[in-house]
Ligand binder design. Structure first.
Ligand code: DHB
Ligand code: MG
Length: 228
């Protein structure tokens, strides 16, 4: 390995990742359709990758998820992966601030065959989260909305969880800046830095960060609730 150039190592990593993706996380028409619909509607192409989608399913299955909460629907892509990990009587609630995006997501959920077990609620997540207490606990919570509010989303996620629930947050690496507090960091970076710190230090959680996006520069923070 040491004789290989950095470029060759990078190529090798991408080849292996591509193989894993095709073998373990193939995308079907429902997932492709969601990406196309999002693109057509002008949504940013910033969804998780298929390996991360499959990882969400692995975690949902591990905690025997019947109820899943997603904060930030975006294209509905992660929501489709998550909803498909649910049993027939399972339910996914996804919170979306943009009403037009929410319509795209509803339609993509229906096309992907998960319309009957999903619900898109429109509004500011910090206003919607307090309304969910009667529907808690959620077995898995996936956070992928505005980064500045991540610390508050974590607080709500713990409140709405049970022992054994899994709280996953996207974009918790950001090229390493999500670990490094600096005097001049913006609100988004500050939110991510705080989120990583809180999940690392909270005695109720066992947490790891996986740098598992396409180029290893971003990834998921995964926290299991030990007690709440
Ligand atoms: C951005 C947001 C995301 O959730 C993501 O995965 C990538 C980028 C963004 O706001 O730029
Ligand atoms: Mg994201």
């Amino acid at each position: 390995m040491s004789e290989n150039t950095l470029e060759q190592q990078d190529e090798q990593r991408h080849r292996i990742e591509s193989t894993i993706s095709h073998l373990f996380a193939p995308e079907d028409a429902g997932l492709h359709g969601a990406l196309q619909a999002a693109k057509d509607a002008g949504l940013p192409e910033i969804q998780i990758n298929p390996i991360q989608g499959k990882l969400l399913q692995v975690f949902a299955t591990a905690c025997q998820a019947h109820k899943i909460l997603e904060i930030g629907s975006l294209a509905g892509y992660s929501g489709i992966w998550l909803a498909r990990a649910l049993p027939a009587d399972g339910h996914l609630i996804t919170l979306e601030i943009n009403p037009q995006h929410a319509e795209v997501v509803r339609s993509s959920f229906a096309n992907a065959g998960v319309g009957d077990k999903t619900e898109v609620r429109v509004g500011n997540a910090l206003e919607l989260l307090p309304t969910l207490t009667a529907e808690a606990p959620f077995d898995l919570i996936f956070i992928d909305a505005d980064k500045a509010s991540y610390p508050q989303y974590l607080e709500w996620a713990i409140k709405l969880s049970r022992t054994g629930s899994i709280i996953i947050a996207d974009n918790c690496v950001r090229n390493g800046i999500a670990f490094q507090p600096t005097a001049d960091m913006d609100a988004d970076t500050a939110g991510l830095v705080k989120y990583n710190q809180l999940t690392r230090e909270d005695p109720r959680l066992t947490t790891i960060v996986l740098a598992n996006d396409n180029d290893y520069t971003d990834g998921l923070n995964v926290a299991v609730v030990k007690a709440n």
